[in-house]
Design a binder for this molecule. Sequence first.
Ligand SMILES: *Cc1c(COP(=O)(O)O)cnc(C)c1O
Length: 476
Amino acid sequence: MTAADPRRALPKVDTLLAHPLLAPHRDEWGRAPLADAARHVLDACRTAIGRGEPAPGVDVLAQRVVEHLDLTGARRVRAVVNATGVVLHTNLGRSPLSSAAREAVLAASGYSTVEFDLATGGRGKRGHAAHAMLRTLTGAPGALIVNNAAAALLLSLGALARGKEVVVSRGELIEIGGEFRIPSIMEAAGVTLVEVGTTNRTHLRDYAEAITDRTALVLLVHPSNYRIEGFTASPSLPELVALARQHRIPVLHDVGSGLLHGTLGEEPTVEDSLRDGADLVVFSGDKLFGGPQAGMIVGAEDLVAGLARHPIARAVRIDKLTLAALEATLLAHLSGKRDQELPVWRSLRMGWDELYSRAQRLAARLGPGAEVREGASTPGGGSLPGQTIRSPLVHLTPRSGSEAAMMARLRHGDPPVIARTEKGRLVIDLRTVAEDDDDTLAAALLRALQAPPASGNGPATAASAESEDRTQHATS
Ligand SMILES: *Cc1c(COP(=O)(O)O)cnc(C)c1O
């Protein structure tokens, strides 16, 4: 560095933090995040100066600190409008909670009777009511609810088969989004995986040959997010159960989505699995069950009681907010109001006519450039792979700029709107938008339509919308 080095002209962190532009932000964030942002901005400046760029003034630097803080803020968990038509959108939190579940969460969020028995004034059992409701709902003698289905598997495998062998078909060694892999869970639980059969065909005799006195469990996993078609085979659940019973080994069935009963594509149901003799059935709380993130375990009373006593159970127990939301969701199922009360089921069941009139209304408000066309929504969440639901979609051709730039403007709006694109058009699917949000969505779309292509509501917004705009042109 020479005496004339422009890097020397940059202010110290403390000087930058004293800038009046940052005062309201210090109030909101506190000093440490502000200082981190200031250091980040100053470091980036030193690098830029090293490349020969001039040193910016302190006002510009303060503005950059604010932008950096805004970026961090945008990464916090925020409510969004899901206009993608993916009903169980894993990246958007899978199942939205029902109004009753939301109210229950709020009510439980202070002091609440999580482990307190109002009748006796003594200690109560966490999940007592939820477990009872889940037993009634499924008819299973035992029920236990943990953090998620992955935890339910970890607990079941750890408690029933640690140090022993677990037999699984090669066609079921699946990976589900978010680093969930059956072989890794088995390894983490300390069990030895014994693979049987091939990817497309596994026979009863493959299981029979693999079972030894080291075998502790037969595991069946519904390959939720993909389908093997054509030359395939696998034994039926009753056949497998009969085989396992001969060897006095329990069968654990991970059915994934948590369809309780009835028919929905080729989804397995909890009811069928229990009826066919699975000793334990595991499913997610936030897929087709339509509740909060949770792992549901139902089945034989003694096995479930053993799981509940295991130390892993304490590590993967559910918290009071989840419990409250689950009880409300269980009640919706028990009272037969699933399709009216649970947002996932309202979305899946919403009829064409109702969606069509909502889509027409939205298109009319957006004016020329918007039209309603037939398209498809996706169940998502690893349920019903390859299947779609026919839906009317609002197609929007941006007046200026690309559809990708408009998508970016929508994402940066308040509330953020998540849409999808198709062949140069922005596509809005109302199947996943609550009716109460139609007005909010229309207003957000109008704002995004009116904004000129390269200016959003802030410098960071404009920059990213613009860069996506360029990418789009470069690839089209
Ligand atoms: C989704 C899924 C899981 C993971 O469920 P989480 O509740 O997200 O842990 C496990 N097994 C199957 C078959 C699934 O479909």
